[in-house]
Design a binder for this molecule. Structure first.
Ligand SMILES: C[S@@+](CC[C@H](N)C(=O)[O-])C[C@H]1O[C@@H](n2cnc3c(N)ncnc32)[C@H](O)[C@@H]1O
Length: 250
């Protein structure tokens, strides 16, 4: 699947977002995070996570790790969509985001199979080959060392295990892209800043999205870390992309 070239490589990221400051920022916006996701994406975020769940369904994963789980929406979507799921663990460094996620899981009918784990994507505190699938939604862009995080995800996947990554991207059509950038650069940071009380967080969002590789460029990064059967599926005119990949069979 080919998409427009990204504006910069993964090694050319905006300065000033080391992991410590990133998870501090997410802790600060945790109470309003879900509301803003729904509002600013016009609820597309829930459709994108559902699409991720559907792409895993043919593989019947029993054990899933959701990296950068935040408030747990991917895990809750997987639990509702995958009959095969027996154990879903959500890993994140931001404990306030995890606390919101745990509250939601406690109220959910699938609470018995879902749990959270405080930790860093660069040092996943889990055994090699422990999971049938690893997911990360809107998180990989935030990790300081993208290749290091992908290596860790590869390590904890069993041979033949599935990786799914959801991340923002830019629409390839120039008219759609121009309207989207108008919204993304000017309206979204203002609305996000006012509602979250943290103007920095939503300026950070558009700076990081516009500088992060997407489409084929990101597929190449996945292949470089050993993943196979890699493909990019653009969603909603290419505003987001679902990346599908698998760990080599032994
Ligand atoms: C935009 S949120 C995404 C949350 C969730 N996956 C979703 O779909 O809404 C990004 C999350 O990545 C987490 N994060 C950033 N760097 C991380 C790291 N190195 N290890 C674990 N989590 C990290 C942040 O704390 C934050 O909760």
């Amino acid at each position: 699947m080919s998409m427009n070239k990204p504006r910069a490589s993964v090694h050319n990221r905006p300065a000033g977002h080391a992991d410590a400051s990133v998870h501090g920022m997410f802790n600060a916006i945790a109470p309003r995070y879900d509301l803003l996701n729904r509002l600013l994406s016009f609820r597309r975020d829930t459709a994108w996570r559902a699409r991720l769940a559907r792409s895993l369904s043919p593989h019947d994963p029993r054990r899933v790790l959701d990296v950068a789980t935040g408030t747990g929406d991917v895990l809750l979507t997987l639990a509702r969509g995958l009959d095969s799921l027996q154990c879903g663990i959500g890993l994140d460094m931001a404990t306030a985001m995890l606390a919101v996620g745990r509250d939601k899981m406690d109220r959910d009918q699938h609470r018995g199979i879902l749990s959270t784990l405080a930790g860093d994507a660069l040092h996943i505190p889990c055994a090699d080959a422990a999971f049938d699938a690893v997911t990360i939604a809107f998180g990989i862009r935030n990790v300081h060392d993208v290749a290091g995080a992908l290596r860790e995800m590869y390590r904890v996947l069993r041979p033949g295990g599935q990786l799914r990554i959801l991340e923002f991207s830019l629409p390839p059509n120039r008219f759609v892209r121009a309207s989207y950038l108008l919204y993304f650069r000017h309206m979204l940071p203002r609305v996000g800043g006012v509602i979250s009380g943290n103007p920095h967080a939503y300026r950070y969002l558009n700076r990081t999205v516009e500088s992060f590789p997407y489409g084929e460029a990101f597929c190449d990064i996945l292949r470089g870390q050993g993943f196979e059967s890699v493909r990019a599926v653009p969603l909603t005119f290419g505003v987001a992309t679902l990346y599908e990949a698998e760990k080599a069979h032994e």
